[in-house]
Design a protein around this ligand. Structure first.
Ligand SMILES: Nc1ncnc2c1ncn2[C@@H]1O[C@H](COP(=O)(O)OP(=O)(O)OP(=O)(O)O)[C@@H](O)[C@H]1O
Length: 305
């Protein structure tokens, strides 16, 4: 698939602090590419360098074949950047914001389709301040995409939204992707990365820790486990089960999570031991790992991609 963004050995220093450290990745045309990581990982710095809003110290960044530091004018007409809702005046009506941004982009508004998609048509005369949190985010997304950009950059697009509004936002972003737009999105919600993104780059301390499709990342660390409750299963026997990687215990509720290389074999021996020792097991479940588990795994392990 065609590559629309290439980042190679990117470094950014603030004073002596390395906010981005030798970061390399590429983004393919038409994908939703997530940049994930905890607070302070370097997500915003990275996205702002790609947008041409911040200067790098070293490395190479190419966006649509352009250099964001030198080709800002052409780049701005081909990319969309979602501004923070706080940058819009409270007493500006939806239609005024739309016509202002249309004028900035020098395009007769091609917004009808987008407004329909966003359900903002009935809100044209509403003041920005009177929109709900979800509608405000939707409007900033509409403003970022008025000029039908080839790539849209979204920095924490569902920050502060309730689960319903967040899902609506995901649907809109997916619809944009399905129309051929490439989306680069930062998030620290692992669920968002897992459900929304086609591929994710996980960064920590400015360094790349993992890069792949979310499902493959989760597969790779074999972050699979079984959970159950037992008031009397001996802990030393749990640790001795074949294939066991890690045992987590919540003593207050007699709950266990056991991580294993082989779910089936470990579970077989768990039940066999329970039968032989007359131990009691309830609420047994096979669980699939999530990006949250992966996150902890990488941060604890400190592996690099
Ligand atoms: N203008 C600045 N001057 C000095 N340090 C900065 C500046 N901007 C960011 N930093 C620092 O650089 C590091 C990376 O910040 P950045 O905002 O890129 O991270 P982030 O992953 O987007 O974090 P968050 O999720 O909290 O927004 C942090 O340690 C931050 O404190």
């Amino acid at each position: 698939m065609e590559e629309v963004i290439s980042v190679k050995d990117l470094c950014k220093l603030y004073g002596t602090k390395k906010a981005v450290n030798n970061l390399s990745f590429s983004v393919k045309k038409g994908e939703i590419f997530g940049i994930i990581g905890p607070n302070g990982a370097g997500k915003t710095t990275t996205i702002e360098i790609m947008e041409g809003l911040r200067k790098k110290n070293s490395g190479e960044v190419s966006v649509l074949g352009l250099n964001p530091e030198k080709d800002g004018k052409e780049l701005n007409s081909r990319i969309g950047v979602q501004f923070q809702a706080t940058s819009i005046q409270k007493k500006m009506k939806v239609k005024e914001a739309l016509s202002l941004f249309s004028a900035i982009y020098n395009k007769k508004s091609s917004s009808d389709h987008m407004l329909k998609l966003l359900g903002l048509e009935e809100k044209m005369d509403t003041y920005f301040d009177d929109l709900s949190g979800g509608q405000k985010q939707q409007l900033t997304l509409a403003l970022a995409t008025l000029h039908q950009p080839e790539i849209v950059f979204l920095d924490e697009p569902s920050m502060g939204l309730d689960p319903h509004a967040r899902r609506e936002m995901w649907n809109i972003i997916r619809a944009l992707r399905d129309e051929g737009t490439t989306i680069v999105v930062t998030t620290h919600y692992m669920e968002e990365a897992e459900k929304l993104c086609d591929r994710v780059a996980m960064i920590y301390n400015g360094e790349l820790r993992a890069l792949d499709e979310p499902a493959r990342l989760v597969e790779d660390v074999s972050a699979h486990y079984v959970s159950f409750r037992s008031p009397d299963f001996p802990l030393d026997q749990l640790h001795a089960l074949p294939g066991i990687i890690k045992v987590e215990q919540d003593e207050e509720v007699d709950a266990y999570k056991i991580y294993t290389e082989n779910l089936q074999e470990t579970s077989y021996h768990l039940f066999k031991n329970a039968q032989e020792g007359s131990y009691h097991i309830s609420d047994f479940k096979f669980e699939r790992g999530t990006l949250d588990d992966l996150f902890v795994h990488y941060l604890e392990g400190g592996q690099t991609a």
